[in-house]
Ligand binder design. Structure first.
Ligand code: LMR
Length: 400
């Protein structure tokens, strides 16, 4: 009965890892998926995560009961504080409905389905370009996806005018997906002054902000600075949604731990919204997993563990910044044609190199370097040892 099923293509990002694993070359290098690697090229489990896990194991009172549909209460409260700030009036006034979800993707999907059921405008505007999963998540949630200009390939920077123009002509009340920081794939963010202009424009047209916050702490190394975009929207008292992921900033990729928060006008509205979020979640996966959320809650509620986390997070962010400099220096030293200064200017986990898909294929075939076909490189996968190999490959791709 399934004989006519057509083979689907691999995922544009996760499929790169599949191809990488099939490659037998000892020099192969995976710069596709945004996953942090150490200088030795190994996945990193944060020390603070190991400590929290040990505490959980030692706690004999722990049981494996189902979590409530909305997840772990402590985790939800602490996650909202992390993104909105401990002194956020929205939290103090109980105007935030937070539910634990399956990392960033799950949070976006639950938020999208909630909006499709309960919000009057079904068009969501996403940046061009954006993370490849965004259009699929929102389309399957029942929303209609349009794009707004974001990146200017000429300047390799923000197309701020284009962005304002497109948001300015969006229908009243449309949903707008915004990357809270460290835009994926471009590594280009608005300045805080530009965020303020975006806020004014969006509020004047009642556009509904939906923040995707997958890299808090990875853009600047400061958790508070990386949440500024979100906080200026919450400070004006208006509504917004935020999807948080702990995959990158706590290295909890496979634990699938994240949160969706919906900031409402009143506590009464927030509690009604929460009741409807439960109706979205229950038939989808019933309730979220316990382990990852327990780790996050243990770290966020303990002052010492929290401080230790911020130091480990900063160390990851700093290593990525040093990789940017090393790659830039290596290309300069080789006199590779072109202006590569965007490598050091862009922020977060990725560099949007400007290499085209033919050049990417060449680098994969000839140098066993794996990256997404849009020319995005995960800087977090690079090390001092592998920078020269990548620089050789880019040089050959550009000059060949
Ligand atoms: C990425 O863009 O590489 C990450 O967000 C991982 C993913 O799920 O695509």
């Amino acid at each position: 009965v399934f004989a006519n099923v057509v083979r689907a293509p691999e995922d544009p990002i996760l499929g790169v890892t599949v191809a990488y694993h099939k490659d037998q070359s000892p020099n192969k290098l995976n710069l596709g998926v945004g996953a942090y690697r150490t200088e030795e090229g190994k996945p990193l489990v944060l020390n603070v995560v190991k400590k929290a896990e040990q505490m959980l194991v030692n706690d004999q009172s722990r049981v494996k009961e189902y979590l409530p549909i909305v997840g772990l209460a402590d985790f939800n409260k602490l996650s909202a504080k992390l993104i909105f700030g401990a002194d956020s009036p929205a939290i103090q006034e109980n105007r935030v409905a937070t539910v634990q979800c399956l990392s960033g993707t799950g949070s976006l999907r639950v938020g999208g389905e909630f909006l499709a059921r309960h919000y009057h405008e079904h068009t969501v505007y996403i940046p061009q370009p954006t993370w490849g999963n965004h259009p699929k998540i929102f389309t399957l949630a029942g929303l209609s996806v349009k794009t707004y200009r974001y990146y200017n390939p000429e300047t390799r920077g923000l197309d701020f005018e284009g962005m304002l123009e497109d948001l300015g002509s969006a229908p009243l009340g449309a949903i707008v997906l915004l990357h809270a920081c460290a835009h994926n794939p471009t590594g280009v963010d608005p300045t805080i002054e530009q965020w303020e202009q975006i806020r004014q424009l969006m509020r004047s047209k009642s556009l509904l902000p939906f923040f995707d916050s997958a890299y808090q702490g990875f853009a600047s190394g400061s958790l508070d600075a990386d949440a500024q975009s979100v906080r200026i929207f919450v400070a004006d008292g208006g509504e917004c949604l935020a999807a948080q992921s702990y995959a990158k900033n706590m290295g909890l990729y496979g634990e699938r731990v994240g949160a969706l928060s919906i900031v409402c006008k009143t506590a009464d509205v927030a509690s009604k919204v929460e009741s409807q979020l439960k109706l979205v979640i229950r038939p989808m996966y019933s309730s979220p997993p316990l382990h990852g959320a327990s780790i996050v809650a243990a770290i966020l509620k303990d002052g010492d563990l929290y401080n230790e986390w911020t130091l480990e997070l900063k160390a990851m962010a700093d290593r990525i910044i040093s990789m940017r400099q090393e790659l830039f220096n290596a290309l300069q030293a080789k006199e590779t044609p072109g202006d590569w200064s965007h490598i050091v200017k862009q922020i977060g986990m990725f560099t949007f190199t400007g290499l085209n898909s033919e050049q990417v294929t060449f680098m994969t075939n000839e140098y066993h370097i794996y990256l997404t076909s849009d020319g995005r490189i995960s800087m977090a996968g690079l090390s001092s040892r592998t920078v020269p190999h990548l620089a050789d490959a880019i040089h050959a791709a550009v000059t060949g």
